[in-house]
Design a protein. Sequence first.
Lengths: 256, 256
Amino acid sequence: MRDVDLERVRALPLFSDCSDDTFRTLTAGAFLQRFPAGTTLLLEGDPVDFLYVLLDGVVELEGTWNDKETTLAILRPVSTFILAAVVLDADGLMSARTVERSDILMLSGAAMRRVMSEDARFAVAVAQEMAGCYRGLVRSLKNQKLRGGLERLANYLITQRLRQGGEPTFALPTEKRMLASLLGMTPENLSRSLAALADYGVEVNGPSVTITRPAVLERLAKPDPLIDNHQPVSGGVTGKAQRERWPQGDDRTHAA
Amino acid sequence: MRDVDLERVRALPLFSDCSDDTFRTLTAGAFLQRFPAGTTLLLEGDPVDFLYVLLDGVVELEGTWNDKETTLAILRPVSTFILAAVVLDADGLMSARTVERSDILMLSGAAMRRVMSEDARFAVAVAQEMAGCYRGLVRSLKNQKLRGGLERLANYLITQRLRQGGEPTFALPTEKRMLASLLGMTPENLSRSLAALADYGVEVNGPSVTITRPAVLERLAKPDPLIDNHQPVSGGVTGKAQRERWPQGDDRTHAA
DNA sequence: CGGCGAATTGACGGACGTCAACTGCTGTGG
DNA sequence: CCACAGCAGTTGACGTCCGTCAATTCGCCG
């Protein structure tokens, strides 16, 4: 395993604060693996033996019931997933699939649990990570229950624009069918909703979206700091005025 | 504060494993307070200074957006809430309201955070609690996105019956309007859905519900261990056969 | 060049929200 | 003690949003 990758893992909030000993123990038994697109890493209901760390690529977390499935999160590097199942040594509640070819680090779940009780700082970091994930899900649930499809889409676009640097035009991060599932609608309906947003200054061209009149779109979307987590991604420059309106700094995007 | 109450708090998974020192530190600065029904304990977006422990009564957690509100959880004793905000020292993402007169223990959030980094066992317990809450929310989100209103209701009734001891007739734990909000529907629609379940052997009389043909109702509901957390509540006796079908033992019902 | 799957569009139906009227219960004040 | 206001719950009518089915186009990869 390359030092570069090790550095990137060490830089994660989850690991940045633990002792060198702890970090060595965790990474000693770990292995880095490259998966092709479309690989199922973990099946809903199966026991979870590893903590996964996505270093490169894209991973989808999905849930199933009665032959229907829904996307619960779309992960990009660097993020960890299925932490909750690891902490509790329980079966996974969702499946994990690579969307593109992905480099994934796998850390022994047993080692994680062992090390937690020895390194309080690490245990605290795990608790904080879990808390951030929890809050991400609270946001998702409010988003789902309180907003209609069009509003969810509008807010999603606003969030994406900010996450990708704030330029008026940006690219959708995945296939539209997956995006539809994430937003809790059918692909057909996403298509129609995107068309409907033309009236609000949204131009769509394949995966490329440009927001020509942000103010108009915002009046429809009514974004809310208690639902939409507009934290800028690494490299994003956040203006002072904006930081004041969106004071949250915590919250992971998700991750089980 | 009475010893009886202290014992009950100490018995919670969150506190059962920490050192006496830790527990004393936490409870030293704590106070037990009795609130009348309908009291807002915490407003969405406000900073959170305390970890709340519900010792008696009923508390509702709710979220708001655009003049609409939705119930995210209904808590009964003994449970903690807004742990996530305390761990991250962040603003609450949901409001908390007493539904009935409630006895609530309030623990200093600052003390919680301080003590976590000193007592690894406690930090682990916090991480586990957060993980359980997280998984509860994953279930909620799947429930919301994958099932229709009637199916959510049917599963809710099945879960309630099991939680209350498995008798064919049991009582709804709250007003129907709040239940409707929890299930993500309007009161009118809950009313209609309950009526519709008559065909599946459900008899409703005010707050009292009796399930006359469980098998028929289950065929509609299709309960799933990866969504419905049928863990029996204290005192509930779980048969062996059932334990095998529902092997989960973890997961808190929710709690922020 | 042919085929498959993603995306779009239209037509249709069902589920769910909204509005309104009515019932029954409870607590309050004359 | 009764009248009445107020609210939870129910029921009906209606409209809208959204899912389903089908047909078509487009781009990509074999």
